[in-house]
Design a protein around this ligand. Structure first.
Ligand code: PHE
Length: 344
């Protein structure tokens, strides 16, 4: 029996030694030390031994069990260590690799122009107000001296939603809303940037959706020369000190008199070129003195208050300032186009 035990020990240790797999080591444990294992079955025969032999064999059996257990544990630990090292090596991060560059975005050219214009007027004491893009017929037209069926409505082809609701065709309704909100007895000095909509066919200079910035100044004794002064500052700040402006008579139902403002052409220094179509002047915006009907409808007494208003298209201004040839470039979001102006 002692020989049997010794043989089991030698065999088990040899197997452990050769095995390089943790799972197989578990199998070896079961095969030798488990309930049906070979060491256990040898020990079952202990009953047949004499009293003197039993403790001696028992002690030996224990020693064999301990030896096998110890070498199993040692081997498992060793294999685990190797596996861990291998894993660490595989998962190692090379901190010396160069990083992937992050693409930087920037504000849209139109956003930049609008913010630039806003800042300019805020600097002259105007506040920024917003109004709804889905507007009532009343604020978009009637409050602006454009009754239903007035022929001048045809100047702005409109997307109607219902008989009385429409997509605003201009930012001018914000004029009427602001004057109304101010109650007729305080000065108003505001600009209103935002989107407007017209039933135009899109081409290089037309878009069914574009932006406008409205301006309104109402107070006692506001004169045409105030309008001219503000617009002159605007033109010089926006396009350069060497620019002149001129006001030409025009027509808008909500201003009287109405004007259109031109700036002198920079390309030809006023001599006439293809950009200014030979005239030396480029049209920039519409403006005028607020019509008495518009003032009184909004609660301002035209005998006491007067005002000027203007409306401009930031797309047009950006196109002139940066030489953009097609208005659709603002809306098609071609990164190659937009990127050119990140540092503009
Ligand atoms: N709302 C006018 C337009 O869209 C522009 C304008 C605004 C003209 C204010 C005069 C005064 O054409």
């Amino acid at each position: 029996m002692k020989d049997q035990l010794k043989a089991i020990e030698i065999e088990a240790l040899e197997k452990i030694n050769k095995t390089e797999d943790i799972k197989k080591l578990q199998d070896i444990k079961v095969a030798y030390l488990g309930k049906k294992g070979s060491l256990t079955s040898v020990l079952r025969g202990m009953g047949k031994l004499s009293k003197e032999e039993r403790p001696v064999v028992g002690e030996l059996a224990n020693a064999v069990r301990q030896q096998i257990t110890a070498s199993l544990e040692e081997k498992i630990e060793k294999l685990e260590q190797i596996a861990l090292e291998k894993q660490l090596e595989q998962e190692a991060i090379d901190v010396t690799l160069p990083g992937r560059p992050i693409k930087l975005g920037g504000p849209h050219l139109l956003t930049k122009i609008m913010e630039e214009i806003e800042d300019l007027f805020i600097g002259m004491g105007f506040e920024v107000r917003e109004g709804p893009e889905v507007e009532t017929d009343y604020y978009n037209f009637e409050a602006l001296n454009l009754p239903k069926n007035h022929p001048a409505r045809e100047m702005q082809d409109t997307f109607f939603i219902t008989k009385d609701l429409l997509m605003r065709t201009q930012t001018s309704p914000v004029q009427a809303r602001t004057m109304e909100a101010y109650g007729g007895n305080r000065p108003v000095k505001m600009i209103s940037p935002g989107k407007v909509y017209r039933r135009d066919t899109d081409d290089a200079t037309h878009s069914h959706q574009f932006t406008q910035i409205e301006g309104l100044y109402v107070d006692k004794h506001v004169r045409m020369s105030d309008l001219k002064g503000v617009l002159d500052i605007f033109a010089k700040k926006m396009f350069g000190n060497d620019r002149d402006i001129r006001l030409r008579p025009s027509f808008f139902p909500f201003t009287e008199p109405s004007v259109e403002m031109d700036i002198s052409c920079k390309i030809c220094q006023g001599k006439g070129c293809s950009i200014c179509k030979g005239s030396g002047w480029i049209e920039i915006l519409g403006a005028g003195m607020v019509h008495p009907n518009v003032l009184s409808r909004a609660g301002y007494d035209p005998n006491i208050y007067s005002g000027f208003a203007f409306g401009m298209g930031p797309e047009r201004i950006a196109m002139l300032k940066y030489g953009v040839k097609d208005i659709r470039q603002f809306y098609t979001n071609d990164i190659r186009f937009l990127k050119q102006y990140h540092n503009a």
